[in-house]
Design a protein around this ligand. Structure first.
Ligand SMILES: NC(=O)c1ccc[n+]([C@@H]2O[C@H](COP(=O)([O-])OP(=O)(O)OC[C@H]3O[C@@H](n4cnc5c(N)ncnc54)[C@H](OP(=O)(O)O)[C@@H]3O)[C@@H](O)[C@H]2O)c1
Length: 304
């Protein structure tokens, strides 16, 4: 059995990777205290001891706001920590898969021509991220590829799951939507924001296909051409739900429309596909409706 090391295994993505691949791989999931990724010596000794064939690096400071509040600590975790993992994997000849983010495409104050109408982003664009987290992720990509050109860096979009798996797990787009559906208020989504939003289970299942990819950066998530309001409307239509309580938020991002959507051509050429954001949300809404009585009571299907 091949060996897989997963960092950040107590986190949202890492936990699901460990659960899914345990049994197919011999999985090592060191806790933060067991292997602090900011300590180069700790990290390399762990790799030397367990000799993983694949290292999937999910540990991070993933909260964009927290990175701004704790710039030194976040740089240390998101940049230095990633470099430590890339170097340690190279030393033992393991394949290294690192999590980056669609936030590298967040341009801050976008130009008018870019605002709200620009195309899905491609991996080879010149980038200048408008927030610290995005800059950290971009720097980590560049430095990891310098020290270990065989590294695969996955630009992940915003991910969600239907269920909460761990205590204290951060919330997500889908579970917030579900709880709002159970209430009675208008549910508003931005019209000036566009980004892919991806079922984390698709990311987990597709992960194994990245083990054979040549080193480089890959957009890795659901395609989405629409703004968030239109996306959710589309998902409701696919799921046969009445969109009556969905509303437009025309304030968020209105001064600075955001486009984080990613072009999937590069991964598609490698045989990796994701459902569109609206299809993924619709599929999960349908499943949730089957399981959650509260949702079906307060959110009648369009046909009924
Ligand atoms: N979630 C998303 O929607 C999303 C979107 C785009 C990209 N990403 C990226 O995907 C990856 C996984 O995200 P996530 O949402 O699963 O993150 P998460 O839930 O915030 O989990 C982060 C993990 O990192 C660990 N960690 C933090 N500092 C560490 C250190 N110094 N040494 C060892 N472990 C450390 C944490 O352990 P402790 O709690 O014990 O410190 C935790 O297990 C991250 O790189 C993130 O930036 C996530």
């Amino acid at each position: 059995m091949k060996k897989m090391l997963v960092t950040g295994a107590s986190g949202f993505l890492g936990r699901r990777i460990v659960d899914f691949y345990t049994g197919t791989y011999e999985v090592f999931a060191p806790a933060h205290e067991e292997m602090d990724i900011t300590e180069a010596d700790d990290t390399v000794s762990y790799f030397r001891k367990y000799q993983p064939d694949f290292a999937v690096h999910c540990a991070a400071m993933s909260d964009v706001g927290m990175c701004e509040k704790k710039p030194e600590q976040s740089w240390n975790i998101n940049v230095t920590g990633s470099i430590n993992i890339a170097k340690a994997a190279k030393e033992i000849n393991g394949k290294c898969i690192l999590c980056s983010s669609d936030q590298v495409y967040f341009a801050g104050l976008e130009s008018e021509e870019n605002a709200g109408v620009s195309q899905a982003h491609r991996e080879d664009e010149e980038l200048c991220p408008g927030n610290l987290y995005g800059r950290e992720k971009l720097k980590a990509e560049q430095e990891c590829l310098k020290v270990n050109p065989d590294c695969v860096l996955l630009r992940l979009s915003w991910m969600y799951d239907v269920k909460t798996e761990g205590q204290g797990e951060h919330g997500d787009f889908f579970r917030t939507l579900l709880s709002q559906m159970a209430g009675a208020e208008i549910i508003k989504y931005p019209v000036y924001d566009r980004r892919g939003i991806t079922d984390v289970n698709e990311v987990v299942k597709n992960l194994e296909k990245t083990f054979e990819l040549p080193g480089g950066v890959y957009n890795f998530g659901s395609p989405n051409e629409k703004n968030t309001y239109e996306t959710v409307r589309q998902a409701f239509a696919y799921a046969g739900l009445d969109p009556g309580r969905l509303g437009k938020n025309e304030e968020a991002f209105c001064r600075n429309p955001r486009n984080l959507t990613m072009c999937q051509e590069k991964i598609n050429k490698k045989g990796i596909y994701f459902l569109s954001t609206a299809e993924g949300i619709a599929r999960n809404l349908t499943r949730a409706l089957e399981n959650l009585q509260i949702v079906s009571v307060s959110y009648a299907s369009a046909s009924s």
